[in-house]
Design a binder for this molecule. Structure first.
Ligand SMILES: Nc1ncnc2c1ncn2[C@@H]1O[C@H](COP(=O)(O)OP(=O)(O)OP(=O)(O)O)[C@@H](O)[C@H]1O
Length: 435
């Protein structure tokens, strides 16, 4: 695995702080019977290029700044083998071949994974009574603590805000537990169990120690992820989401694919987290094409068709994945309110530059302008363009996205193995004037 390069300039290097785009969580009126499904209609082909100009008439983002503490506590220093057996074994398994779908593994408890109910005593012990020094994050759901189970396993303990009567949070908790209990994949955070007692709602998942993708794109950890590594991360995410859409008993739509929900291991393998908004997709065996449901997700990542029609399909995750691809190559957040108007919606700006044959100008300024990077950039943007198609019928499925990304990686590897040396010695270091 390649090591990241040193960071040239830290755009948002406030260690221990994190910006989170506002999550949408509202009930926009009918049609919205959550369980209803609608019969198949003739697909309407959409022109992918018309994606330019379509973006988000819908967003008026606000940003909240949440305080986070990423300090390693002395008591929880890694890694005895037991302390991270799950994570490192998984990394080892995966290094033998990407794209392998996971199979259930043993839980840290004797009971089946997902059915594990923790006691308050176990949680207090694991978090040293929710010690502020073990707080590692804060999200819409509540506060996240680092903890250690009795058997030595490091875990992330997500404690819901105490709002017993908050229907949304209650539903989010149920949804996360239900979904996590059903899934097992190398690129999804592993679920250890939960606690539901009086006003407490707690979820215990695998601790992923290298922070979120967003933090890495912001250089919070002081290194720049090179483009090949970013491609690997996109492939991991594509595999995880393909698994959710295709290989679970019933399709699961994540609904909140975004860079702050992608956690990275020490080897820069990605794990998709946060299933608070996940829900079952339509049952295609019965001919249903979508579910009609209230809109949930995060500003900047939301599928405009879902936003307009309340019709949810797996392709809404594909749209969010397209936004993520643009985020990966530009390093920018999906919405950048402080920039000039034409650059505020990053995907719109990037797709316009791509259509004008000026992709190189949107490459993250921290990345080198080399022939190999330019090729990668073009190919990733081509896929992003398809994912961001205004109509879901024109977007590829997630499995197709994963296959395309595999091919991109293969092509780039071949280029770097053969032509790349001559290409690069022939010199094309693109000189790009930053706007
Ligand atoms: N399994 C984990 N391992 C390590 N750190 C984690 C884990 N889960 C969450 N975190 C940390 O806690 C932070 C908050 O996570 P959480 O999922 O509650 O919210 P979020 O996704 O960042 O925001 P939002 O709820 O608005 O989507 C994350 O950004 C990450 O820094």
């Amino acid at each position: 695995m390649k090591s990241p390069q040193p960071c040239y300039g830290q755009r948002n290097a406030r260690l221990g702080t994190r910006s989170t785009p506002e999550r949408f969580h509202y009930s926009p009126g009918p049609p919205y019977s959550d369980a209803s499904t609608v019969r198949k209609r003739n697909p309407v082909a959409g022109a992918a290029k018309s994606v330019v100009g379509l973006f988000m008439t819908c967003f008026n983002p606000t940003e909240t700044i949440n305080s986070t503490n990423f300090g390693e506590s002395e008591e929880f220093k890694p890694p005895s083998v037991a302390s991270d057996a799950t994570g490192s074994n998984r990394d080892r398994r995966r290094s033998s071949g990407r794209g392998v779908y996971g199979s259930p593994q043993n839980s840290t408890h004797e009971r089946e994974p997902g059915s594990v109910k923790f006691t308050m005593e176990e949680i207090y012990k694991a978090t040293r009574n929710f010690s502020p020094s073990l707080k590692i994050g804060q999200g819409g759901f509540g506060t996240v603590y680092k903890g250690r189970l009795e058997n030595g396993t490091l875990v992330a303990i997500k404690r819901a805000k105490k709002s017993l009567y908050d229907k949304h949070l209650g539903a989010e908790f149920q949804s996360e537990v239900r979904t996590l209990a059903q899934v097992e994949h190398l690129s999804l955070v592993k679920f250890y169990g939960f606690l539901q007692q009086d006003e407490e709602r707690i979820i215990v998942v695998e601790y992923v120690r290298n922070g979120t993708l967003r933090e890495h794109l912001d250089c919070v950890h002081g290194k720049v992820l090179d483009l090949a590594l970013r491609l690997d991360i996109a492939i991991d995410v594509a595999h995880a989401v393909t698994y959710l859409h295709t290989y679970t008993d019933h399709p699961i739509i994540h609904r909140d694919i975004k860079s702050s929900n992608i956690l990275l291991t020490e080897n820069f393998r990605a794990k998709v987290a946060d299933f608070g908004f996940a829900r079952m997709g339509a049952d295609s065996d019965s001919g249903a094409t979508h579910v009609s449901t209230q809109v949930k997700g995060t500003a900047g990542y939301l599928d405009p068709e879902y936003l307009k029609t309340y019709q949810l399909t797996e392709k809404s995750d594909v749209f969010s994945f397209g936004v993520l691809l643009v985020e990966l190559v530009t390093g920018r957040r999906p919405i950048e309110p402080k920039r000039e108007l034409k650059e505020r919606i990053t995907a719109r700006w990037a797709m316009k530059k791509f259509a004008e044959d000026d992709s190189i100008s949107i490459l993250d300024p921290r990345l080198e302008r080399t022939a190999a990077n330019n090729l990668l950039l073009e190919k990733i943007l081509e896929l992003a363009l398809q994912c961001l198609a205004p109509h879901r019928q024109s977007r590829p499925g997630m499995k197709k996205c994963a296959e395309i990304l595999w091919c991109i990686r293969k092509d780039c590897k071949e280029l770097s193995d053969s032509d790349f040396h001559s290409l690069s010695s022939n010199s094309r270091s693109y000189s790009v004037s930053e706007e």
